[in-house]
Structure formats: structure tokens, C-alpha cells
Write a protein that binds this ligand. Structure first.
Ligand SMILES: Nc1ncnc2c1ncn2[C@@H]1O[C@H](COP(=O)(O)OP(=O)(O)OP(=O)(O)O)[C@@H](O)[C@H]1O
Length: 234
């Protein structure tokens, strides 16, 4: 298995603050990993995810994604890498209300010219099939339940067939049944070979991940592969 992500002594400090949101963080993720990032509110989970997802850059230290030091590539190459290799899933789904399910799912395809338009419908249907939502392709987000919207958001995240899926509290706005459905989909995608990294406050789901990264006050305090690990309460 090859390494997908490597952090070397990464620090991150938000503008106009003095405290480090990430403090000397080093770890790596391998292809096929299913990793939960856990920690109390304000510990730095979203900051860590924003760097993994190429939304923010380290203030110091090094971040390697697919063996590429992301500080050494152009913004254009970074945008391309992000669009083709990373799928993002958010707590509040982030679907565009004025677009149909089809157009929402196709959004990542429109960001670069690699995919001919005539393949959009086939690719969208393929992604929607993986979340069991292909019958909803012509609906609009406001015609869907929260759980259905999150499944559409997952379809959008996988339409480009990225190798890495990042999910920030993907079930935070869902009831327990829909949360279970979403986690089952993520487990299936991981079983099919996608690397998954998620933030969750739900200990049961975090413990089902193959690995947990525990973060406290911006520092990585534990890296556990052992599913019997006891997690801190948020
Ligand atoms: N835009 C920002 N500007 C300044 N400080 C920020 C900003 N975003 C986050 N922080 C600070 O950085 C630290 C880490 O925040 P982060 O959002 O990464 O935590 P978190 O673990 O994701 O929290 P939560 O579980 O509540 O979402 C906190 O001290 C927070 O106040």
C-alpha cells in the first residue's frame, strides 16, 4: 500500500491569532485507510481537515499529498489535484439549491475540461447508483430529506472517482437512522478501495474506523490502529 498523505511537523496559525491551531503535527495515511479524526470542540480537527483538503496551507512544516510537496506546486496544479483526487463531504451538505440533483452531482466535472459533456449523465448516474439515489436525478435539493441530500453530496464527492474522501461531521445534521445509512455508504466506498478520512463526534462510528487520530489543543496526542481504543468525550 502506498502513502497518500504525509504531514511533517505541520503548524497552522490563523491570521490575527497568536495560538497555534495545529502544533507540530506529523502523521501519514496510507492508501485504503479509513481514519477518524476525533477530539473536543476547538481542538483543531477542522483545521487539520482544511489542510489535508488543500483549502489552507501549513504556516510551517511540510504536507505531502501523493508524494508531492504541495507547497512546491502552482495554485493551478493544486486546484487540479484537489478536484481530481479529493472528494469533500460537509455537515450541512452544501448542495446548491437552484441546481437539480444532476447539476449538483456534475459540479466537480465542470471544474476542468477533461470529461466530455456527453458523459456527464452516465457519470452522474453511476455516482448516484452508488448511494442508491439514481431515481432522484431530476429533483431539487428542497425536495429531498436531509439524509437524501447527504447521499447526493456523497455522489457529488465521488463523481470524479477521487482516491481520497474527506468528510467533516457528515452525520452531524442527521438522525440516527440516516447517520447509519451514510456510514454504511462510507464503509462500502472504503471497502472498494477509497481512502477515507472523517471527523465525527459519534464515538461508535469513530471506533468503526480502522484508525483514529486523536487531537488535543492542536497537537496529535494518539494515533491508534486498535479499534478498542477509548475516545475522549466532546
Ligand atoms: N477562522 C479562524 N480564525 C481564527 N481562529 C480560528 C479560526 N477557525 C478556527 N480557529 C481556532 O482554531 C482552533 C481550532 O479550531 P477548529 O475549528 O479546527 O476546531 P475543531 O476541533 O474542528 O472544533 P469543532 O469540533 O467545534 O468544529 C480553535 O481554537 C479555534 O478557535
Amino acid at each position: 500500500m502506498s502513502e497518500i498523505i504525509r504531514f511533517e511537523e505541520v503548524n497552522y496559525c490563523y491570521q490575527n491569532t497568536t495560538q497555534l491551531a495545529l502544533n507540530n503535527v506529523s502523521f501519514s495515511l496510507m492508501e485504503g485507510d479509513y481514519t477518524a479524526i476525533v477530539g473536543t470542540s476547538g481542538s483543531g480537527k477542522s483545521t487539520l481537515m482544511s489542510i489535508i483538503g488543500l483549502i489552507n496551507s501549513p504556516s510551517s512544516g511540510h504536507y505531502y499529498l501523493f508524494d508531492t510537496n504541495v507547497a512546491q506546486i502552482t495554485e493551478r496544479s493544486k486546484a487540479k489535484l484537489k478536484n481530481q483526487e479529493i472528494g469533500l463531504i460537509f455537515q450541512n451538505f452544501n448542495l446548491l439549491g437552484h441546481l437539480s440533483v444532476f447539476h449538483n452531482v456534475c459540479l466537480p466535472l465542470t471544474y476542468d475540461a477533461n470529461t466530455p459533456r456527453k458523459l456527464y449523465r452516465e457519470k452522474a448516474l453511476n455516482a448516484l447508483r452508488q448511494v442508491d439515489m439514481e431515481d432522484y436525478i431530476d429533483r431539487y435539493p428542497n425536495q429531498l430529506s436531509g439524509g437524501q441530500q447527504q447521499r447526493i453530496a456523497i455522489a457529488r464527492a465521488i463523481v470524479n472517482e477521487p482516491s481520497l474522501l474527506l468528510a467533516d461531521e457528515p452525520t452531524g445534521n442527521l438522525d440516527s437512522h440516516n447517520a447509519q445509512v451514510v456510514f454504511s455508504i462510507l464503509e462500502k466506498l472504503n471497502a472498494e478501495g477509497r481512502t477515507i478520512c472523517l471527523i465525527t463526534h459519534d464515538e461508535n462510528f469513530a471506533l468503526k474506523a480502522k484508525r483514529q487520530l486523536v487531537i488535543r489543543d492542536g497537537m496529535l496526542v494518539t494515533q491508534k490502529q486498535d479499534a478498542s481504543h477509548v475516545l475522549p468525550h466532546s
